[in-house]
Design a protein around this ligand. Sequence first.
Ligand code: AMP
Length: 473
Amino acid sequence: MSFDSLGLNAELLRAVHEQGYNEPTPIQVKAIPLILEGRDLMAGAQTGTGKTAGFTLPLLQRLASGETDKSQRAVRALVLTPTRELAAQVEQSVKTYGRHLPLNSTVIFGGVNINPQKDKLRRGVDVLVATPGRLLDHARQKTVDLSRVEILVLDEADRMLDMGFIHDIKRIISLLPAKGERQNLLFSATFSNEIKKLSHQLLNHPELVEVARRNAPIELIEQRIHPVEKNRKREMLSHMIGAGNWRQVLVFTRTKHGANRLARQLVMDGLSATAIHGNKSQAARTRALADFKKGAVRILVATDIAARGLDIDQLPHVVNFELPNVPEDYVHRIGRTGRAGNEGSAVSLVCSEEHKLLRDIERLINREIPKEVLPGYASIATANGHDAGNRRNGSSDQRRGNGRNNGRKNSQSTSRSNGRKNSQSTSRSNGRKNSQSTSRSNGRNTNEHSRHSSRTGPAKPGYSNLARILGSD
Ligand code: AMP
């Protein structure tokens, strides 16, 4: 299938070819002809599937071929997104794909001065990409006219609901022409009951299209745990980045403060690094992301919220400097790499305090993550073998026992109680033999998987939960 057969005009095809896209992705194949026909759409597709071009290309074509009254300053297409970063990314796509068309666009979101946005809106905007809160600020100040919107797109609708935007969305919808007088496109990774309810209010006899991720990225993500003492994590990280000559690394910390501190320390180690989190001004966040994307900064240290939904082309490395408190966040984090069919590595630096978090993550993803002790970093954490043995031996008493015995003594007693199996598994996980240990441990987990599958529903062993959670990302 080629782009030429989708019914797009020459200007859009030229822009697509300039982007180097050879063929449309599945969501583009399905969505573009329907949107060109003027149909409403309920689309199940997430970041990484090419959905942005899937709605932007036909939207631009419909605007370009429609009648325009240039004397009107009203917005013709409105795209709502949950986050500022996503809004900026989508508007960039509108500009990229629409570069050969006489249409203009702008993006508005909170956290930045409202006045330049007012100026742009006053001059007239065909495509407006916005986050809900700031859009309503403009509506209240009567600096935006939504009464002539021809096409409405709700991007990542499930995340908008998760973030509590439902009332804002309803208020915005009340400012638009009636449902039957505009085209409505809803994109969501999941179809919860709330999403279905919203779709009834919003969509007019919609076509339903659904696609899987462009590739099953999880299978392309190489996950690894490096046991390490807490106070040596920074040193290990610098070493890995330097020795591996990693050029682009997204590092996750648990706190904003921790992100700042780590970025500063990495800079002192001679590595270019910057931090992105909710306390930074929008300008600083945008700059940090742009520098990272274009390779001007090698390491981006981020908190979970700041990194949600970021689409960074071909990001090769994700590092969990600290494991997240919520196991699902691990899956969101590692999903930043392995995007769009590229391979990626996700490495977690795990100290003894984090063993419980690691256990929870492994339970969620139904697989044991391979452990590798880096030379020179054998530690108490290593001797604990991250409790893999405990899980195999299984008894809760044993788990309680280990929990009581923190520190050096514990490492001895743990390795003794785990016996030969544990030490074998630890040494196997070093170096080349690591993969053996992994496949064996996966084999052993089969029973565990079947135990879990009743809770999580049948799916491919090991990947079921990952795919589900990434699917909602
Ligand atoms: P999205 O799911 O819209 O966030 O897109 C994910 C990535 O895929 C973006 O970096 C796009 O530039 C890229 N992309 C979109 N469509 C195509 C295509 N047809 N071929 C190759 N890459 C694409």
